[in-house]
Design a protein around this ligand. Structure first.
Ligand code: DQA
Length: 143
């Protein structure tokens, strides 16, 4: 089966964006790491990054019937988007929410996620290894 690996706003700037918080790996590094982990576990992977909420919504909708699971780092939309939450709930796929940084150690406005209530699993603060941990979790629970 296929995994949808979804990255939201500003994650295209990984590697140069606040490296003291997000590290030096680029989005391409993250997508390669996640794809290799997925392939090793017998999944295929489809990676999408967008700065546009509607594109993220469309990708989630398209995952219904084509993917077996979703890994999502929704960036700042995590803290604002009821629409992403509703899309995740609608497609009824196992979904892992990933944050590179430990959002709970940061500003108060990052402590609440609209997505966590509908994502079965949440991984925060593991850096980019969070994406591999998410693949590993989906491997153990789906395969
Ligand atoms: C993030 C945390 C969010 O609060 C922030 O807006 C991001 C990245 C993370 O991966 O740590 O863009 O999702």
């Amino acid at each position: 089966g296929a995994l949808l690996i979804l990255n939201g706003p500003n994650l295209n700037l990984l590697g140069t964006r606040e490296p003291e918080i997000y590290g030096s790996a680029t989005l391409a590094d993250v997508e390669l790491l996640a794809t290799e982990a997925a392939t090793a576990a017998g999944f295929s992977a489809s990676c999408v990054q967008s700065n546009h909420e509607g594109v993220l919504l469309d990708a989630i909708h398209a995952a219904r019937g084509t993917a077996v699971g979703i890994i999502i780092n929704a960036g700042a939309y995590t803290h604002t988007s009821v629409a992403l939450r509703d899309a995740i709930a609608a497609v009824e796929l196992p979904t892992v929410e990933v944050h590179i940084s430990n959002v709970h150690q940061r500003e108060e406005f990052r402590h609440h996620s609209y997505l966590s209530a509908v994502c079965g699993t949440v991984i925060v603060g593991a850096g980019i290894h969070g994406y591999e941990l998410a693949v590993s979790y989906l491997d153990k629970t789906l395969n």
